[in-house]
Write a protein that binds this ligand. Structure first.
Ligand code: FMN
Length: 254
């Protein structure tokens, strides 16, 4: 089984490509949390995968939340792996996951990093279609390597995106843990009141009020899904002075 979280499609694309190679079932973290499904049976030979984006060189809060609750029935040292999608560097995010799993008596067997398009719009301009395709084409080599290793249940550190000082980079994750403010999100008059932002928000932070999205929680996952996927491009990040564009992985259905 493959547990995945994805806001703009990179991690979903990777999860689907791995599932094709291993014939595994896909489980969306957002759906699992919505239906409060935390208990899963693991077959004797089954692989257990986690595929998610890296946030501030650490794990998205939604994955940390899920891991706290996860119960793998029938777990007896099966093959467990993590695939982290990122813009460039994952830091030591996999160790964060490894430690969290260890507290639940689960051992992480392998880690992988896939460099894809960086969707962190507060810091970066989003690429156009051609530029995005170039980045995604380059990622295929990393995805193929992960598929081969996971199929063979290869054990070890396959992550080529950890950066020079992964531990120090991941120390910066504290900014995420204490940040994640919803205050910088703003809505322009382009809003068409479709409600998609409310529907896709993985932590229920958005509710429509008078036809407009309102952030009713002080913090969110900060996945940027609402901003990137708004069909009217009406959601913006206030502090990013200019409009830096949108990104959704064109190779997957969300
Ligand atoms: C809040 C936030 C923080 C991020 N931090 C990092 C980071 O530390 N390193 C990195 O390489 N990419 C970072 N990214 C980029 C994402 O990890 C990357 O675009 C990922 O593939 C998005 O996955 P998704 O399309 O499945 O949502 C960050 C993105 C967001 C939204």
């Amino acid at each position: 089984m493959i547990f995945y979280f994805s806001a703009t499609g990179n991690s979903k694309y990777v999860a689907e490509r791995i599932a094709e190679a291993t014939d595994d079932r896909l489980i969306s973290l957002r759906d699992a949390i919505r239906s409060r499904s935390y208990r899963y049976d693991v077959g004797r030979e089954e692989r257990v995968g986690f595929v998610a984006p890296v946030y501030f060189c650490g794990l998205p809060s939604i994955l940390q939340f899920f891991l706290e609750k996860l119960e793998l029935r029938g777990y007896e040292d099966q093959y467990v792996y993590v695939v982290l999608t990122c813009g460039k560097v994952t830091g030591d995010a996999a160790s964060q996951l490894g430690k969290q799993l260890k507290r639940r008596g689960i051992l992480l067997s392998a880690q992988f990093g896939i460099p894809m398009v960086d969707n962190y719009v507060p810091a970066f301009r989003m690429p156009g279609r051609e530029e995005a395709d170039e980045v995604l084409d380059r990622a295929e080599e990393y995805i193929d390597e992960a598929r081969r290793a996971i199929r063979a249940k290869g054990i070890g550190d396959y992550n080529r995106c950890q950066g020079a000082v992964p531990g120090i980079l991941t120390a910066g994750h504290i900014l995420y843990a204490h940040g994640r403010s919803t205050k910088p999100f703003v809505v322009t008059d382009q809003c068409i009141s479709c409600g998609l932002c409310q529907e896709i928000c993985p932590c229920g932070a958005i509710a429509l009020s008078g036809g407009r999205p309102q952030w009713r929680k002080p913090q969110c996952v900060q996945c940027m899904g609402c901003l990137h996927r708004c069909p009217a491009e009406a959601i913006r990040w206030k502090r990013a002075g200019e409009d830096r564009g949108r990104y959704v992985n064109p190779r997957v259905d969300l």
